[in-house]
Structure formats: C-alpha cells, structure tokens
Design a protein around this ligand. Sequence first.
Ligand code: ATP
Ligand code: MG
Length: 656
Amino acid sequence: MSEETLTNLSREERTFAPPADLAASANVTAEAYDAAAGDSEVFWAEAAERLSWDQTWERVLDWDNPPFAKWFVGGRLNAAYNCVDRHVEAGNGDRVAFHWVGEPADDKRTITYSDLQAEVSRAANALVDLGVKAGDRVAIYMPMIPETVVAMLACARLGAPHTVVFGGFSSDALASRLVDCGAKVVITSDGGYRRGSASALKPAVDEARAKASGEGFDVEHVLVVRRTGQEVSWDDAVDVWWHDVVDNASAEHDCEFFDSEHPLYVMYTSGTTGKPKGILHTTGGYLTGTSYTHNAVFDLKPETDVYWCTADVGWVTGHSYMVYGPLANGATQVMYEGTPDAPHRGRWWEIIADYGVTIFYTAPTAIRTFMKQGREIPDGFDLSSLRLLGSVGESINPEAYMWYREVVGGERCPIVDTWWQTETGQIMISPLPGVTAGKPGSAMTPMPGIEVDVVNDDGESVPNGSGGYLVIKEPWPAMLRTLWGDDDRFKETYWARFRKLGYYFAGDGAKRDDDGDIWLLGRVDDVMNVSGHRLSTTEIESALVSHPKVAEAAVVGAADETTGQAVCAFVILRDSAGDGGADIVEELRKHVQKEIGAIAKPRQILVVPELPKTRSGKIMRRLLKDVAEHREVGDVTTLADGAVMDLISKGVSSGK
Ligand code: ATP
Ligand code: MG
C-alpha cells in the first residue's frame, strides 16, 4: 500500500471524549498512560505483578535468539491457579464467575469462583486418571457450556496444552487438528443447542478419530459431557462419560507450578486468508498480556461490573477475553450458549437487561446484522446498565460504530475498537476508555508497552496522512512463540518481510491520519490496484455501508483487462430497503464515487442475501474474489455456512 491510498475514512471528523466520571475513576488514567511511555520491559515487569507467581523471574525478556522470545525467564506459575484458586483464597469464592445462559429459555446456571475451583479440580483429577500428564495435548470440541471453560482450565492446571476446535467445524477440520497437534484426549459433548434444536457433536468426533487412525494417529480417550441427552454411539475402549469420571472425582487438587514458557495452548487461526496456522501461546507472558489489557481496555471493576464477551470460545477472543484475561482479573461474566436470534431476535438485548451487563464486547459482523434488522428490536429492551462497548475482528465502519454508539450505547458508552490477532494473543491497538477521544472507525493508538508502526516497503515510518504496512517493532508478552511444529513457517510468515529490521509483519494495511491515529485498511493481500491507484477494501466497504439502504458490504479486486484490477462489490441491503429498487446498483456506484472518487466506483455490484464468513464472523474475501474472477471457489473448510457460496455463485452466473 502506498501514500496514494485514498482517504475517505479520514473525512470522518466526529470524536467522542471519555465520559468525565469514567475518566476520573478509570483503571488507566491519562497520567498513568503518560507514565507508561518509558521502558517497555519495566512496564511489563510491573504488569506481571498482577499475577501470582510461585517463583519470580530472573529476566523479563530473552530476545537473544529472535524471533523466538522468552518472557519472565525462570518464573514459575500456574494459569488455572491464577484464574480461579487465588480469588477463592482472597475471600472472593462467593463471587459469580459465570452467569451461564443456555439457549433453551430458563436453562441457566450460576457458577461462583468456589464452584469453578471444585469443578476444575475434579476435571483435573479425572484427566490424570485418563493418563494426561504435563505436556500432553488435549483437544476440546464443545458447545458454549460451562464444562468447556472447566475443561480448558483443568488442562492448564495440569500443564497439558489444549487446542479448542470450533463446535461448528466438520470432522475433517477436527481430524487435521488432532493429527497436527497429536491430541491424546478429546473432550466433547453429545451435542449442543443452536437455533432452537439440539445438534450433534459426538458423531464428528467418532469420524475424526477414525480419519486420524487412518493416518496412523490414535486418540486414547474421548471424554463426553451429556448436554442434550441425544443418542450417541459408544466405544467402551475409548469413550468415557464426564458425569462418571468428573463428578465422582475429588474436588481437591494440588496444582503444580510450571515454567513461564510452558505451552498453554495451540489455537488455529480463523483461515480468512488461507490454511489455518497453529499458533502456540505459553503461560507467563500470555497471562500478563491478557490480564493487563483486559483491565485497561475494559476498565473492569470486578466487584461491580458484569462483563459479556459474545465470542465463541473456539476462537482466540474467547480464549483471551472470556477465559484467561477476565478470569485472571476476577470478573463476573455472562456466557451464552446459543445464537442471537433464538428464540427471538432480541435475545442478546434481553440477556443484557436480565443480568445488568455493564461491559459488552462483540464483533462488527453482529452489529451490522442488527443494523440490517432495524433498531426497533434493541429499542424494546432496557440497555441502561451498559457503560462500555467493545468491538473486535474486523474494522468497524463509521456507520456501524455510530449505530452501536447510539442504539446500543445510548450515546453514553465509550467504544473500544480493539485490533489484535490470534498471533498477538492480546489487544495491541485500542482506545483507552478513560483517556482516548474515540473516532468512529479508528482503532486509534497502540497500547502502553507496545511498539506499533505503519511503514513503507523499505520499513520506514510513513508520515501522518499516509498508508502502509502495519508492523510491531518490539516483542510483547502474549506474542505467539512459534507455529506448532513449524518454526520455518513461523519465520517465513511473520518475520521474513522485514527481516533486517526485525519487525513482526501483521499482514494488515493501515493508515495514520493527520493526528497520527491508526486506521486499519484490511489485509495487504486484498489491496486493489486500479489503473495504478491503490484502494483499500475497508474504505470502499465503509462508503457502501454509509448508504442508508446498505447493511453490509464486501469488496474485492478482480482482474480487468483495461484497469489491471476492477472493484467488485457484494452488498446486503437493510430489511427496510426491500429489494432496493430498480436502480439500486447505479445508485450505489454513484454513492461510492461521491464518497471516495471516480476511481473507486465499482465495476460490478451484486446484491446478495448473505456473505461468506468464517466461524468467527469475518468476511472471506478470497472466496468472493474466486467468484468475481470466475474461478472454482477455494478452501471453504472454515466457512460458517457452505451453502452461502452456492447462492452467491448462482447470482453471478444469472447476471443478477
Ligand atoms: P488467517 O490468519 O488464518 O487468515 P485471520 O487472520 O482471520 O485468519 P484472526 O487471528 O482471528 O484470524 O484475525 C486477525 C485479523 O482480524 C487481523 O489480522 C485483522 O485483519 C482483523 N482484525 C481484528 N480486529 C480488528 C480491528 N479491530 N480492526 C480491523 N481489523 C481487525
Ligand atoms: Mg491472520
């Protein structure tokens, strides 16, 4: 991306200063923010004091062999002890850890920190009986039920790295992950509830186990939670019921302490840009990074806040900001099993009202879906408990930001737009709610202790007002340590682009505005080159979403004989717009021209009912590009709904 990057986003001039009362009592105040600007090792060493260490570290950072970092070298701790036991020991055992809400109405559970301690200890004892030892990998393929979190923490307690695989993934996706990380045990359930009915999980595990066996890899045990009560096939040599072995195990378990660099988990990326990568996170640095950022970005007051992160635990946001960060901080959370539209389209708002949720963290894709349905739905619920809103996963278009702010946040809640990746483990760029005056659409500034820059092809910082590549210049505590079993791919993917400078290359394009604030522009691979002009997907999509009839948009560059590449757009209309009218395509083309310029005017606009998204809700532009260039559609294994691509391809071939 170059300095020619077009600039409609920076025409957005609204800013929203922190509410005075929040700023006055914020976890990170303006003074603390300024004070953090010094030595980052000193800063992170102080942040690590948030945790309880069995043995303190001798060295904060070992970067002698880049890009392989070691943080808090020589320190020893247990992640589960930090997330659970120490809160009980501090007298907070009666505090609610989770208000769990099942999808079937009235299916609820309240789990205190004491309850969690007993459950995690039982599960840890049961896993030991199944032969799990420190260093063994355990796969978790579960719905959003409390046992999922218990399973993760039990693994962490034993030093057995977990790999959580989305419950929505196929047996193929599960099998390849089982083999890739060599999982000894799989923890699953008979099924889970989604959209009003019970869907099965166990059959996919049986299939995946058979496929893995075919490749010479045998899973030793499958531990099965009974959630729905549906029929399951059973192999006595392998399968065990959770209620048999966990419920009968002792609720006492003395935990062992592990090296700060002991592996905590492997998480596969969402696969938006290609084959998923097995990201390895370790213990001390990861827990420091997630605990600090969760406290700073969400301004959590553990005694009074009710925090809800809507992410599925099967992606990294569920790990860092539903399990490890919030639990390390002693938060009270909501955890919801089902979809936002079951049994009615106001379910999320109803949950916020019922539990008095104060901090809410979700993804732009969800916000745009609610925009599509209309504000009447959230307007029917009392959302006055909310005090802070967060966004993650993609750029939030200014239009969606304003809707979120006005309709959900009642114009009083600051919005934190958090940029980070599976690889970064922790939030890297975000406004701080008590410090930063937020701008709709901008992730704003790097977190304290983090060195982010926007650079040109030669790795030089670009001046304000220009675009380039997003890089991270210094190691950070929750950074990935490698790709599981593949150091070479780790070096190649993230460190080769700016090898001489030693920068981490994030793969995203970004721009600094005239104030130096950061705007994410989409994947570098998705940047379009139209007649020599570089155009960002995010900017054109935001222009389309700013049209009153449009709810969502995805833009790709398709090969074009005259212009090199041409802009192709796929749009979803708001329900209130009906079919958009006969001239909708021309109307939208003109709108983009007015908002950005003639060069960005899409060659083609397709009105579609749905967009292809990953299970974590990100638009898969590479598949749309295949459609726009009339190619066979590529790897769809991480797609949430396979049928979507057929719908879109049909629309294209019929010329609609
Ligand atoms: P893969 O690496 O397999 O293609 P992925 O990159 O989609 O998958 P994740 O690690 O879940 O997998 O997503 C990280 C990416 O999400 C970032 O690189 C960025 O493109 C995007 N992203 C996350 N948060 C934001 C945000 N607040 N603003 C803009 N983009 C964001
Ligand atoms: Mg990625």
